[in-house]
Write a protein that binds this ligand. Structure first.
Ligand code: NAP
Length: 283
């Protein structure tokens, strides 16, 4: 049985008017064999936004869960991302076709360039192919992931369509204030990956104290902190009780001092690679 459509999850309008649910479900590192079950669980709980990628190897299984959920396709927002090993125009176009074929969907809601790969690829040329894909009408919005302001400035100068989102690592240990302000100044929505720092927030004394004050868990107050800052989040979990916990964010608010206490934890600490140094191309 499928739950009623997600009450309480706010949406954010992208620069082209497409609405994205501010809370979604991420499927990075969920093995294909577990992805149908995990995604189905998230949809049952009320999530209506799934974040996958060609590189995750589980688009097919996300598609099965979305198609078999008994929910109108237009109520579910599906994102995928261009794999780092798709560098040439024909290969990029083919890989988008493959994402649609694998998911069994006739359109994606959002398609992202996964990494800029500055030392090994021409991300401006790849973005121009993304523009072609967008013009083809089978994706509702296009964006980037792990782009720094200097990468974005090149896109603004050399291409036509502005990315609708920039999906980057953000959590209380990496608040990304400058990058988020840059995105906002250019009408780019910031999506926060690793929003609970891969689960590390559960052990943080300050976050535990904030959680205690509002009667919520560390993961919940951290996700709420993101929501109140205006970013989009999609925590990952294969544990049903956590998937439920991570969805239960809309019956409380953090006051200014709680928000400030969590932001003060920033130490510019990444859990993942630095986009300026990361040039990984899968075989
Ligand atoms: N664009 C990119 O380059 C990029 C990179 C990384 C991630 N992402 C996207 O962002 C999504 C989320 O990031 P992420 O998966 O890296 O990290 P995350 O969501 O911050 O953390 C996931 C980890 O936290 C645990 N967890 C989940 N809920 C919890 C809770 N309530 N309490 C305690 N622990 C909890 C999970 O364990 P269990 O699963 O065992 O429950 C898992 O180990 C990904 O799935 C993917 O969609 C994008």
């Amino acid at each position: 049985m499928v739950a009623a459509p997600a009450p309480g999850v706010p949406t954010i309008a992208l620069d082209n008017g497409v609405e994205i649910p501010q809370l979604g479900f991420g499927v990075f590192q969920i093995p294909p064999g577990d992805t149908v079950k995990a995604t189905t669980t998230a949809l049952e709980i009320g999530y209506r936004h799934i974040d996958t990628a060609q590189m995750y190897g589980n688009e097919r299984e996300v598609g099965i869960a979305v198609r078999e959920a008994g929910i109108d396709r237009n109520e579910i927002f599906v994102t995928s991302k261009l794999n780092n090993n798709r560098l040439e125009r024909d290969d990029i176009l083919r890989s988008f076709d493959r994402s649609l074929a694998d998911t069994g969907l006739d359109h994606l809601d959002l398609f992202l360039v996964h990494w800029p790969l500055p030392a090994v690829s021409d991300f401006v040329a790849r973005w121009k192919v993304m523009e072609e894909i967008y013009a083809g009408g089978r994706v509702r919005a296009i964006g980037v992931s792990n782009f720094q302001p200097h990468h974005l400035r090149r896109l603004f100068a050399e291409t036509e369509v502005r990315p609708a989102v920039n999906q980057v690592e953000v959590h209380p240990y990496l608040t990304q204030d400058e990058l988020r302000a840059f995105d906002a100044d250019h009408e780019i929505v910031t999506e926060a990956w690793a929003p609970i720092a891969k689960g590390k927030v559960a052990d943080d004394a300050v976050i535990r104290e904030v959680a205690g004050q509002v009667g919520k868990t560390p993961a919940q107050v951290t996700l709420r902190w993101h929501i109140q800052r205006g970013d989009v989040v999609f925590p990952k979990s294969v544990t049903r009780s956590r998937v439920e916990e991570n969805f239960d964010l809309f019956d409380f608010e953090l006051d200014e001092s709680a928000m400030a206490a969590m932001s003060s934890l920033n130490r510019d600490q990444r859990t993942g690679p630095d986009p300026d140094q990361f040039n990984y191309i899968p075989g």
